[in-house]
Write a new protein. Structure first.
Length: 197
């Protein structure tokens, strides 16, 4: 029984490590995306200002200026490309489906076509990523036994601070911990789903 618990503990520690790495990656992607969103907002403000200035100049002068029209088109293209790049980065990090995986609806799609983010824009994807990171942090935090106990008879990951030891344990219906007396606990992650690599 102890060997099984130790094996389960090792598997949980590995899965916890992987989850922390995923959270860290999502945090990094979110930080990058938030910085890109701020840059896009500045570009967008600049573009709107330039558009208004160009429109007013064209209206007042009643002339076509092909140089200004070309620059405006260049700025629009740059903004669109940057926004699409941010959408793809966040869509991949959030697990959106790839076009290449749906050949029925997107025949001939390859990895270069990226992921399908639907009607999302960079800002809504950044909000979704931030919400996911917050939810993961809340789900995967250590809870002090002085703060709360887990549901009775539900196996949880426990930490014993005196010996810096991780284990799996539960609290019985009488509020007594089985095995070690932990200082902190957290829910066990869900098991793998069918078809998950």
């Amino acid at each position: 029984m102890r060997d099984q618990l130790e094996l389960a503990m090792e598997a949980l520690e590995e899965e916890n490590k992987q989850l922390r790495e995923k959270v860290k990656l999502l945090e990094e992607v979110c930080d990058i995306a938030q910085a890109d969103v701020k840059t896009l907002d500045k570009m967008n403000d600049r573009l709107h200002g330039e558009l208004e200035d160009l429109h007013q100049a064209l209206h007042d002068a009643r002339i076509e200026n092909s140089g200004q029209a070309a620059e405006l088109e260049r700025l629009r293209d740059a903004f669109t490309a940057r926004d699409a790049g941010i959408q793809q980065t966040l869509g991949k990090a959030l697990g959106y489906p790839w076009f290449k995986d749906d050949q029925k609806n997107f025949p001939g799609s390859t990895q270069e076509h990226g992921v399908c983010v639907g009607d999302h824009v960079a800002e809504s994807l950044a909000d979704e990523a931030a919400e996911m990171i917050g939810r993961l942090r809340a789900e995967r935090r250590w809870i002090s036994v002085s703060e709360a106990h887990p549901p009775a008879n539900k196996m949880v990951l426990v930490y014993i601070s005196e010996c810096m030891y991780l284990s799996v344990s539960f609290i019985d219906q009488f509020g007594v911990w089985r095995g070690y007396q932990p200082t902190h606990w957290m829910p066990l992650p869900e098991g793998p789903t069918e078809g998950q690599p």
